[in-house]
Design a protein around this ligand. Structure first.
Ligand SMILES: *Cc1c(COP(=O)(O)O)cnc(C)c1O
Length: 388
């Protein structure tokens, strides 16, 4: 049995590989601490779980949902965007439910790319920005994110022929894996570029609610003109500890969302309505305190990790957002993967190698803050013991 050429073009999903390695170590009796996957360790807020418990007893939620999502879910997303980002969205045409951000990002590739088209994709970046184009037979064109430019792409450096062929541009701030935030003026320049070259901007907003030190992340759609050229994918996974629930929304340009819906209605049958009702609870002001306490938890862990790294001679700028610390690989290792293998083998600590997120991730590794404080400290101590 031979898989499709499209499937053969993509490397195995990073975390699928990691999970296999971790399982093998644990089987061998090693006390593995995983700082690999970004998957919140804290439970989903109680008010969300209770909304789900109630919703699941209602027989109306048991049937096929509408593919666009329930009207009250779309209204809740619209109200949230107004309250939180000062962005006005028409729940009828500018909001749609998605089965998590990943589904949406992948399907946008199917909806908009033909074989000769390009998708502009941040490097390093969330793997679906590059696997998505490849899986639909198109190509990613990488936009390097480097520390000198604050991990924001140099829009003036994109070659003219790439801009001519590009139909999508994937951006993500606050950023996974680098923890970077969008500097003032950046989204404005993105809107200009997208308008000039007729590129649909897909802003992946997975981390806007996890910010520190007084920083509040904006929505891309708060940028003047953004709705003319782009959509935003807002996932509840990270900000509300809901990764398993598969609850997100696509918002913004109505024509783009309509094309996404055309595609999606041929592929899946929407989000379980009980999950949407739980999503409404998550997006209500009632969960603000819970979200604030998560911010405080990650800030504390960020400071623990950055402090412990400094003690072993690894200097990092504490990120203003996200659940990640992006740190340079110590001298003496030929690649980020070699360092991470060494650390797993010798210290039983799982790190994500930067190179797995793209060529410009090489030389870095990512620590996820989704592990209890004590285990985080122990993990960094083990790294320190290795370094000595
Ligand atoms: C975690 C993550 C996602 C996936 O979100 P789901 O809604 O759980 O599919 C998408 N984009 C980025 C950048 C992420 O870090």
């Amino acid at each position: 049995m031979r898989p499709s050429r499209r499937l053969e073009r993509i490397p195995p999903y990073l975390f699928a590989e990691l999970e296999r390695k971790i399982a093998a170590k644990r089987e061998a009796g090693v006390d593995v601490i995983s700082l690999g996957i970004g998957d919140p360790d804290r439970p989903t807020p109680a008010l969300v779980v209770e909304a789900m418990q109630e919703a699941v007893t209602e027989p109306e939620t048991h049937r096929y949902p509408s593919n666009r999502g329930r009207a009250d879910f779309r209204e809740a997303v619209s109200d949230f965007y107004e309250r939180r980002f000062d962005v006005d969205l028409d729940p009828a045409t500018e909001v749609m439910a998605t089965i998590g951000g990943k589904e949406c990002i992948f399907h946008l590739n199917s909806a908009f790319l033909d074989p000769d088209d390009l998708a502009l994709a941040a490097d390093p970046g969330y793997p679906v920005y590059t696997a998505g184009p490849l899986l639909v037979g198109a190509q990613p064109h990488l936009l390097p994110l480097v520390p000198e430019l604050g991990f924001v792409p140099d829009l003036d450096a994109i070659p003219a022929d790439a801009l001519a062929r590009a139909k999508l541009m994937f951006l993500n701030y606050p950023n996974n894996p680098t923890g970077a935030i969008a500097p003032p003026g950046f989204f404005e320049r993105v809107v200009e570029l997208a308008r000039e070259h007729d590129v649909l901007v897909v802003h992946d907003n997975s981390y806007s609610e996890i910010t520190f030190d007084g920083y509040h992340a904006p929505s891309f759609l708060a940028t003047p003109g953004a709705k003319d050229v782009g959509v935003e994918v807002f996932s509840l996974s990270k900000g509300y500890n809901m990764t398993g629930w598969r609850c997100a929304a696509i918002v913004g340009n109505a024509a783009a969302i309509e094309q996404y819906w055309r595609l999606k209605s041929n592929v899946d049958s929407g989000n379980f309505e009980a999950v949407q009702l739980a999503g409404i609870a998550a997006l209500s002001p009632d969960s603000d305190a819970e979200v604030a306490s998560m911010r405080e938890l990650y800030r504390r862990r960020r400071d623990l990790v950055c402090g412990a790294l400094a003690e072993i001679g690894v200097q990092v700028h504490p990120p203003k957002a996200t659940i990640y610390v992006w740190a340079p690989v110590p001298a003496g290792f030929e690649s980020s993967a070699a360092y991470c293998e060494h650390v797993l083998d010798r210290a039983g600590v799982v790190l994500s190698p930067g190179g797995a997120y793209g060529p410009n991730g090489e030389g870095f590794f990512r620590i996820s803050l989704t592990t209890p404080d004590q285990r985080l400290v122990e993990a960094v101590e083990r790294l320190g013991a290795l370094a000595r």
